[in-house]
Design a protein around this ligand. Sequence first.
Ligand code: CA
Length: 275
Amino acid sequence: MMQTSKVDVQNLPTCNPSARSNRICKFASKRKLTCLIYFTLITILIVVGSIVSFYVASKSLKKTAKSTSSSTVVNKQFVVTTVMTDARSLIKKDLLPLITPNDTIYGVYEAFMGYNSTIALPYTNGTGQYHSDESPSNACDGNIATKYVNFGRCAANTQICGCGSQTGLHIELKRSAPLVTGFQICTGDDYPGRDPILVTLEGSNHSGTDLLVGFSWSLIYVGDSDLKSDTGRRRCGTIQMFPNSNRYKNYRFLILSVRQVLDCAQYSELQLYGY
Ligand SMILES: [Ca+2]
């Protein structure tokens, strides 16, 4: 039989509602304060952490940027210095002048890179002619006092645009096919407006009349003659260097434009450089 204990209801501890409420409020207040302190600390830590991270990141970024910039400048300087040093050393030590007065040289007109050439003739009074005393060979005789004058599609004293352009030289070298990597051109004794400004150089290993046909030629250089700034009469531009990996026996030098609208183009010397 199950025994039951006798409870003294009268002596049970009484519950004081107001005291309980105070305890709860105190607990709640404490908890609220703790939370506030906690979140304040967290906020401070986040803010301080962000500031420190930002500071470290920006320092690192500046350092990297400075390093990259410095590296780029150094690399550029290195490349430029190397190229210039190479060019100077090549010009001074290794580059050879390739055209001699013994080579076969003749004038052309109505010639454009990749297209046919027409042989220019000594001057009478028509188009496609060069001055009889200023022949193509004068451009390759090693004498800056002699010059080559070509009237191209114009007659003498016909000053229209393009008279001296699309004129030039065919040069058939006596030596074995060299590797041409530069050229130099010099002004005549008068008329700065006749100076070649834009020029082309092509190479070919064909021969004979094939050289008058455009497909025989491969373009090596197109661009500045280095006479754009007029440095005077009977003066040479600097050697224009260019990359080239093909050896050719023959070369075609053509003028795309001269300094001014005059009746012809002229230059006292043209020299090719290479190996
Ligand atoms: Ca000359």
